[in-house]
Design a protein around this ligand. Structure first.
Ligand code: SF4
Length: 346
C-alpha cells in the first residue's frame, strides 16, 4: 500500500505521497505465488502504514459496509475510515495459509492499527515473523500531543504489554525523534525511561529537523538548540545500546530457525549469515549438515534460501553466533517445537 492518512505534525509524507491506497488482496496473492515459484522464501509487505491496509475493492461482494474501523485500545486518528474492506489481518491470514513454507514480515506499521485479531493471526501462524516495528517517536505524552500522534505514553505502553502477552517471544523495534519543538529535559527523560521500560531490539533515532509545509513548521518554533538535540540523541543511543544488548543476550541457549542469506562478508569461506524469525542477524560456521526431514540423506553445506536450525551460543549484542544443527523446513521446525511444548506441559 502507499500513502498516509495521518497528519503527524513533523512529517512531510502525507504531502508527498498522498492518501492511503491499498492493492487488492488477490493481486498481492498472485504476485507472491509468482515469487514462490521463483524460489523466494521470504516476503516483506511494505507500506507507509502497512497495517492500515484496507482493501475495499470487493466491498459490495464480500464485506459488510459501515463496519467501524477498530483501532488499538487508547489510540485514535484524525482521519476517519469511510469504507472498511479487507484489513491487514485478512491479508496476512490469506498469505500465511496459502504459502505455509514462506516467511512474511511487514514494515512499517503504525501503532494505532494493531487490533487483537492482527496480533492473534501473528501468534497463530508460524510463518509470520514475530517481529513488530512500533514507532513511538517520543516517550512523553505532551510531546506526542504536539506531534499529533493520536496516543499517549500510557496507551503505547499498554499496547506493548498486550503484544507481549499475546506473542511472548516478539521482538519490538521503533523510531524516535530527539529535540522536537518545545521538548524539555523532563520530556526527554520520559523518552529515556520509555526505552528502558520497553526493551527494544533495535531503533532508528534522529535529531529533529524541521520540514517546510508541515504543521510543526506553520505552528511551532524549532527551539531546541542543535547541541542540546545532539546531546539528547547521544543519551538516547546509549539507552538503546543497553536495551538492545539485553534482547540479543536473551537468545543465548535457544534454537532459532535461520533463513540463510549468504556468506558472512568478513569470513566468506567459513561462515554463513542469515536472519532469525525475530530479525536478528545470525552467523554460523559453514559445515555439511543433514536434512532433518530426510532419513539417510547425505550431509551437504547449506545454501542461500535454506532454513537451518541454529543453537545460539554467543551474542555480540548486535548479532548472534551459533552452531548449525540441521537443514530443515519451516513447518517441520515449528511442528517439532509444538510437540516439545506439549510433551513438556504433560
Ligand atoms: S510519521 Fe508516519 S504516520 Fe505520521 S504522517 Fe508521517 S508517514 Fe504518516
Amino acid at each position: 500500500m502507499r500513502g498516509c492518512n495521518n497528519m503527524c505534525s513533523f512529517c512531510i509524507v502525507p504531502f508527498t505521497r498522498g492518501r492511503e491506497r491499498s492493492r487488492p488482496v488477490d493481486s498481492i496473492v498472485k504476485e507472491v505465488a509468482e515469487l514462490w515459484k521463483e524460489g523466494v522464501k521470504e516476503v516483506t509487505l511494505l507500506g507507509q502504514n502497512v497495517n492500515s491496509y484496507n482493501d475495499a475493492s470487493e466491498i459490495e461482494k464480500e464485506v459488510e459496509t459501515g463496519t467501524n474501523w477498530k483501532y488499538s485500545d487508547g489510540f485514535s486518528s484524525m482521519c476517519k475510515v469511510k469504507e472498511v474492506g479487507l484489513r491487514f489481518s485478512d491479508l496476512l491470514d490469506r498469505l500465511s495459509s496459502e504459502f505455509p513454507e514462506m516467511r512474511f514480515r511487514y514494515t512499517s506499521p503504525h501503532p494505532k492499527d494493531f487490533p487483537d485479531d492482527l496480533l492473534y493471526v501473528m501468534r497463530n501462524r508460524h510463518n509470520i515473523c514475530k517481529s513488530i516495528h512500533l514507532p513511538a517517536q517520543t516517550g512523553s505524552s505532551a510531546v506526542l500531543e504536539r506531534m499529533r500522534r493520536g496516543y499517549t505514553r500510557e496507551a503505547y505502553l499498554d499496547l506493548v504489554q498486550k503484544i507481549r502477552r499475546i506473542i511472548p517471544d516478539v521482538g519490538i523495534t521503533s523510531d524516535f525523534i530527539s529535540g522536537f519543538c518545545g521538548e524539555t529535559e523532563e520530556e526527554h527523560e520520559d523518552t529515556l525511561s520509555l526505552v528502558k521500560a520497553v526493551g527494544y531490539d533495535m531503533a532508528y533515532m534522529f535529531a529533529y529537523s524541521m520540514r517546510e509545509k508541515t504543521h510543526a513548521h506553520r505552528t511551532y518554533v524549532d527551539d531546541v538548540p542543535d547541541e542540546v538535540k545532539q546531546r539528547r540523541l547521544a543519551e538516547l543511543i546509549e539507552a538503546f545500546r543497553e536495551s538492545t544488548g539485553q534482547c540479543f543476550d536473551s537468545q543465548i541457549g535457544s534454537v532459532q530457525l535461520v533463513l540463510v542469506e549468504g556468506p558472512n562478508k568478513r569470513a566468506p569461506d567459513t561462515e554463513l549469515i542469515g536472519k532469525s524469525d525475530r530479525g536478528h542477524r545470525v552467523l554460523f560456521t559453514n559445515l555439511p549438515l543433514r536434512n532433518r526431514n530426510e532419513d539417510g540423506s547425505q550431509a551437504r553445506n547449506p545454501v542461500v534460501g535454506d532454513y537451518v536450525e541454529v543453537l545460539i551460543i554467543k551474542s555480540t549484542r548486535a548479532s548472534l553466533f551459533g552452531e548449525a544443527l540441521a537443514i530443515t523446513t519451516l513447518s517441520s521446525f515449528y511442528n517439532n517445537l509444538d510437540r516439545e511444548a506439549v510433551a513438556n506441559a504433560s
